[in-house]
Design a binder for this molecule. Structure first.
Ligand code: ITT
Length: 182
């Protein structure tokens, strides 16, 4: 069995393989699927998985992941637009925007989209924490401004972060479902 994980990031593919060990092999593929404009990560991941499955081979199942940082008091901003906000103004500016509010609660959400010849499914994982001024040298993206249990994700080592992360939770749910499908 083989699942193709569509990502530009080696670390994410390795993390997926760890969760799927004993269930299926994971092959990382780079494919720039169309990211539709939508407020729903589920919709983006569903369309991305279906397009990737059809364009990449139409035989091996594919998995795509879409992640967003949702700040509660900012109505969930930047949500599905997190990559754009990181690339344009940067994560420290998001912290400054949130710091003007009393409530600094935020959540990472990852939705995995799975597609094979018969089905398209989504699997969700969430991590609730607090936005803080940037700390730590590890991780990537929004990790330095997101605190969970007293540490920012950028202060954790990779194993520590993966064990609690939004993506890890989504991968664990997917792995349970996929193991039962076989
Ligand atoms: P892919 O190639 O895997 O699609 P991506 O960076 O384009 O990578 P994501 O949907 O994973 O797409 O990420 C959307 C945004 O969220 C982007 O700004 C990332 O840096 C950020 N992000 C994703 N996962 C994160 C994590 O675990 N910690 C911090 N930031 C994260």
């Amino acid at each position: 069995m083989l699942v193709r994980f569509v990502t530009g990031n080696e670390g994410k593919a390795r993390e997926a393989q760890e969760y799927l060990d004993g269930i299926t092999a994971v092959e990382r593929v780079e494919y720039d699927y169309t990211e539709i404009q939508s407020d729903s990560l589920e919709e983006i991941a569903t369309r991305g998985a279906r397009e990737s499955f059809e364009e990449l081979s139409g035989t091996e199942p594919v998995l795509v992941g879409d992640t967003g940082m949702f700040v509660d008091t900012l109505g969930g901003f930047p949500g599905p637009y997190s990559a754009y906000v990181e690339d344009t103004v940067g994560v420290e500016r998001l912290w400054r925007l949130a710091s003007e509010e009393d409530d600094h609660r935020a959540r990472f959400r990852t939705v995995l989209g799975y597609a094979d010849a018969d089905r398209t499914e989504t699997f969700e994982g969430e991590l609730v924490g607090t936005l803080v001024p940037p700390r730590g040298d590890g991780g990537f993206g929004y990790d330095p401004i997101f605190e969970y249990n007293g540490q920012t994700l950028a202060e954790m080592d990779v194993e520590e972060k993966n064990a609690i992360s939004h993506r890890g939770r989504a991968l664990a749910t997917f792995a349970d479902w996929y193991a039962d499908c076989e």
